[in-house]
Design a binder for this molecule. Sequence first.
Ligand code: ZN
Length: 276
Amino acid sequence: MAPPLTDFSRLCIHTMTTKPWTLEEAARGYAAAGLRGITVWRSAFEGRGPAAAGELVRSHGLSVVSLCRGGFFPHGTAAGRAKAIDENRRCVDEAAALGAPLIVLVCGSAPGLSLGESRRQIAGGIEAVLPHAASCGIRLAIEPLHPMYAADRSAVNTLRQARAICRELSSPWLGVAVDVYHTWWDENLEEEIRACGSESTLFAFHICDWLTPTVDLLEDRGLMGEGCIPVRQIRGWVEAAGFDGFVEVEIFSRRLWATDQAQYVEAIKAAYLEHA
Ligand code: ZN
């Protein structure tokens, strides 16, 4: 059954989506718009520290859905890999202080290493961080990134690759984040989402749209309905697989950052109702 037209109870916005806003402005703005969920990027702490950031957003009636982001495990040297693991343990501490139940992992890829070696190092890095995450009650979600980022941002590019790491490490604290921007092109997407559901690893769902042409590989994402991603269809697959968490709007767009952010939040709500 479709949700009532005014139901924003599962809509969450990433602080990076409204990048021009401070965390305080974002918390106030999302709450004023009637939202309940916020995903906080580490860059949004702005020196106040994760515990104070958590208190701030909760004082506006918002729940922290996730902390973005950990990861970037592969490295050409052992010292570099150890440093990445330390950094991810620190990220777990921050999530605990913030009150975020989940960390999104952008897994990384080291130019100079083969994709296979980068994936092995990613699995090794996650394995090293998992005990600390579990002891803090923080879930880790591997977010496969679009293959255009395979060389430098993530060697995990499909849900199938993410699931393989989840199966290898087999922990209730490890799952996946399905982002439509990164996965919409995958001919196996529906069956992979179904498999994640049956393996209980469907932890997070991110939405936006793919613009044609895309003029910047990082900061030219679209609002739902502006591009070619069948967001509502993919949401249907995710929910059929048992996901009932927040639907997170994560849009990096210099074009949209240049607009009035309060009006933009209203545009997000309208696009969510119409296209998600
Ligand atoms: Zn995402």
